[in-house]
Design a protein. Sequence first.
Length: 390
Amino acid sequence: MNEEEFGFETEAIRTQLERTQYLEHSVPLYLTSSFVFEDAEDMRASFAEEKDRNIYSRYSNPNTNEFVEKVCNMEGATAGFAFASGMAAVYSTMAALLKSGDHIVSSSSVFGATHSLFMNYFPKWNIETSYFDINKPETIESLITPETKILFAESPTNPAVDIIDLELLGNIAKKHNLILIIDNCFATPYLQQPIKWGAHLVVHSATKLMDGQGRVLGGVTVGDPELIHKIYLFSRLTGPSLSPFNAWVLSKSLETLAMRLDRHCENALKVAEFLEQHPNVNKVKYPFLKSHPQHEIAKKQMKAGGNIVAFEIKGGLEAGRAFLDKIKLCSLSPNLGDTRTIVTHPASTTHTKLSIEERLAVSITDGLVRVSVGLETVADVIVDLNQALT
């Protein structure tokens, strides 16, 4: 690749490893645990990091390198590291940058596993987290202390699809000298690039829309090279790296990300518009619906609304469970971002360990249903949702 500016799709498709002597058109799999050296000096210089080369696949591998380079190009980043899962990315990124006594300020609307990490595990190492209401960003600065190191948020959030102004977060982070980390899983770099708005690091669960077909686990963090180097040093020791095979699959998947997201977003908007008119639905949240509370912010920082629609079914907890039992076409699964439409009812499944008060604080009502809209004929998805709602 030369220095010419290419479009998003071209970067996703044409960012590849150099061809081997076999001149393959598709990048091969590098299924090796380690790499060999020419002589003692080559080995010494490599381990001293005087050379940029592959040593051991726990550190790096050609397939993971290609995947990371693609994500960096998409996000406007200069460095990154790939992980075995999205949560490995979240944990390793935080653990590499924090020390005992440090403090995190985070939106309260975060993925359940991230919440458990902040509340149940980091406190064992004297790392505390303060939550702010994503709908009340004016309260963020009051939570910042001299010990605050990281400002963290998801946007859109999981599962309630709330939006926060990334530019506002970027300005706060700059003002208080904080590391801004954004979980960009729901949007992907095709729809949103947080680094443009001031984020220092962007985290993804590549398991979701990046793969897009429910095949492999993966995670990635990209951003500031000095911070990424710290994450790399931590991760090469602790071993959460992405496998070469999964990296190869994910790199291939990124070639079709833009095309898939266009269809996902088109289908999701039609599903959201249908649900908004349904008599058994109290309300619908989708970023590109005009009724979404942060619609204008979403339009400012996102290309389209994504594939996740959240809606509140009338009848609460039991109605949500009955809805799942009546689904025929759509899948019941904890995953999202698949070619197949997936429905979940958080209050009776993924968030049952939270109290009612904790759930309501992050907009998870008893009747909230999350729909990960797939690539099927959208009319078929709507027919299934309609029969399950009646």
